[in-house]
Design a protein around this ligand. Structure first.
Ligand code: ATP
Ligand code: MG
Length: 443
């Protein structure tokens, strides 16, 4: 992409309304624009990251056996009356009346709708296990939307719903999502720790929040530091097999949010390994049994001739919130430093003197990189070098290639690694090869 033809509205000043660094940097880097409180337009740069995050989430859901569909944002109030949540949900639900005076709502979540879809078609235990997911915009009329996309009113969520014939099988479904979540966040370069979470009136131990540690996080958390060095399940994980050993390994170390904190259990952790920190909830997995299937009549025939309400779980990931979490985890004083897996472009190519001898070198590099599948943002604008450098550092592409008349005298360009600041002079061919390899290594 040539920057001269792109839409990258960078802000020079720090926006006053932004209280935390990720919000500030998303506004300054031209990724989002607030349209109403907690409601954002996704500008081109922000959209590219959102799409990459979404793609990783989708790939790992599918790897774990979940099947993608797409449910609408607008739902009928009647469905929510069946579960009893229409009245229970309160002011967070955005309620809408259509031209026929029918009560509708903008979905804050989809348990009711997916249960309705399920009961419309599935009759037998033979069709189970089943896990259906979508990635769709949600609306929650939060009292205090803040921190940009971290706590929005309109936000993008991945929500999956599992259906099983009994609790034991539902537990296996839960385990698959647990492992899928470990993989998903790790692929983004994030350490998200599963922490015991409140299960509400249903009880049991089948609810975990996945928390990314960050000083700006809204949750207070307590953990055994050993959990930070546990291995992430690999690509070859057998999702048809028993995954309980993975879950056991992770849940044997203390990790809890303040709601579930047990001071005595925490005190039993080695003093040097106790950590009290803050974190961002990026995902939440939850087994809730037959709560919705009983209320809404979603039953399946068992092998023994009886019918039982299906056992369900739901599994959310805050796709848009993840962008905030990613920036909280990857930035410095100059701006963002994206990990390769989610970066909007892999490389920023800076032409120091458009209209001069740097043009043919830049144009050739641009073409060769793009042809090799390397995503390039090519700064071909005729503006001040200082401003170009500052913008590139701000938007945080992992690599920068600077092509200037001086370097070209000795046939070299400069390659800068954004995260470390490391710079090296290379021939354009060497820079090209290095970048192609870096993208390949990413997969
Ligand atoms: P929170 O405790 O942060 O309000 P929640 O427990 O109500 O979240 P869930 O219903 O578990 O949220 O939703 C699944 C995921 O969606 C959360 O883990 C979070 O990552 C994301 N999410 C929830 N609310 C918001 C919001 N207002 N803005 C952005 N993301 C959100
Ligand atoms: Mg939650």
């Amino acid at each position: 992409m040539r920057l001269s033809r792109y839409f990258l509205p960078i802000l020079k000043e720090n926006p006053k309304e932004a209280e935390i660094v990720s919000h500030r940097l998303m506004l300054r880097a031209g990724m989002i624009r607030q349209q109403s409180a907690g409601i954002y337009a996704w500008l081109p740069l922000g959209l590219r990251v959102l799409e990459k995050v979404q793609k990783i989430v989708e790939e790992e859901q599918k790897r774990a056996g979940a099947v993608q569909l797409l449910m609408p944002t607008v739902q009928s109030a009647d469905l929510w009356r069946e579960s009893g949540r229409y009245d229970a949900y309160g002011k967070e639900m955005l309620r809408i009346t259509d031209r026929h005076e029918r009560e509708m709502l903008f979905g804050p979540t989809n348990e009711e709708m997916i249960t309705d879809i399920f009961r419309g078609y599935v009759r037998s235990y033979k069709d189970l296990p089943l896990n259906l997911f979508h990635v769709q915009w949600k609306f929650r009329d939060e009292v205090r939307p803040r921190f940009g996309v971290m706590r929005g009113r309109e936000f993008l969520m991945k929500d999956a719903y599992s259906f099983d014939v009994d609790q034991e099988k539902a537990r296996a479904a839960y385990n698959r999502m647990f492992v899928a979540y470990l993989r998903t966040f790790a692929r983004m370069g994030l350490t998200a720790i599963p922490m015991k979470a409140d299960t509400g009136p249903i009880g049991g131990d089948l609810s975990h929040e996945f928390i990314v540690l960050a000083s700006t996080g809204e949750s207070e958390v307590f953990l055994d530091k050993d959990i930070l060095s546990l291995p992430i399940p690999g690509e070859d994980t057998d999702f048809d097999g028993d995954l309980s050993h993975v879950i056991d390994a992770w849940t044997s170390h203390y990790a809890a949010t303040d709601e579930m904190h047990d001071a005595d259990a925490f005190a039993a952790v080695d003093a040097g390994k106790q950590e009290q920190a803050r974190g961002i909830e990026v995902g939440h997995i939850f087994y809730f049994g037959t709560k919705y299937s009983e209320a809404m009549g979603a039953k399946v025939a068992t092998g023994e001739g009886s019918e039982v309400p299906v056992h369900m779980g739901s599994y959310g990931i805050g796709v848009s919130r993840l962008l905030g979490a990613l920036i909280e985890a990857n930035h410095d004083d100059d701006g963002i430093a994206w990990p390769m897996s989610v970066t909007p472009f892999h490389v920023g190519l800076i032409n120091m003197k458009p209209g001069a001898e740097t043009d043919p070198v830049c144009d050739a590099l641009y073409k060769q990189l793009e042809e090799a599948g390397v995503e390039v943002l090519y700064d071909d604008r005729d503006t001040r070098a200082g401003a170009k450098f500052a913008s590139m550092d701000l938007i945080g592409l992992p690599y920068q290639v600077v092509v200037g008349p001086r370097g070209l005298k000795s046939g070299e360009v400069e390659l800068k690694t954004r995260a470390t600041g490391e710079k090296q002079m290379l021939s354009p061919e060497a820079a090209l090869n290095l970048l192609i390899e870096a993208v390949k290594a990413q997969g």
